[in-house]
Design a protein around this ligand. Structure first.
Ligand SMILES: [Zn+2]
Ligand SMILES: [Zn+2]
Length: 153
């Protein structure tokens, strides 16, 4: 069975509408991106694809990630390290992040309260929110756990 059929359908529609070429390489990037269980940088994804014997070029990885973000299959995140992190946003609920500034470990959490505050403030100020970003910076609870720097790159 084909992986991620719904996301592919969405992406195909987007590429057609925006008059981008529909190439198998772009869908290969989509598969790897959605199979990535964590937040990732473009180079991390590229390396992972190379290790899996993909022939996709670095430029294709970069511009496909950009397209996947534009059609909201992926979301870009900034965690204060001057690096763009990507994560799957297709069919996922809003969530926010705790970022350890020592090891770079990222923990996701969900809080209805934050969404509520976003809605309340936007309504109050007559603003239509299309997204928000809420990051908590600090340190891992368990200092021994605080060592997997390479997990998130
Ligand atoms: Zn996340
Ligand atoms: Zn840590």
């Amino acid at each position: 069975m084909e992986k991620h059929p719904k996301a592919k359908e969405e992406f195909t529609g987007f590429l057609r509408q925006q008059k981008h070429r529909i190439t198998p390489e772009r869908f290969e990037v989509l598969d790897f991106a959605l199979d990535y269980d964590d937040h990732f940088g473009a180079d991390e994804l590229y390396i992972k694809m190379k290790m899996n014997k993909s022939n996709v070029s670095r430029a294709t990885v970069y511009n496909t990630l950009e397209l996947l973000t534009q059609c909201e299959i992926l979301a870009k995140r900034h965690f204060g390290d001057n690096k763009t992190h990507y994560e799957a946003s297709f069919n996922r609920k809003n969530h926010d992040h705790l970022i350890c500034t020592t090891c770079g470990h990222i923990t996701e959490f969900r809080s209805e309260k934050i969404q509520k505050i976003v809605d309340e403030i936007s309504t109050e100020l007559g603003f239509t929110p299309s997204g928000y970003s809420f990051n908590i910076f600090g340190f891992c609870k368990d200092k021994n756990h605080c060592s997997h720097f390479d997990d998130n790159g």
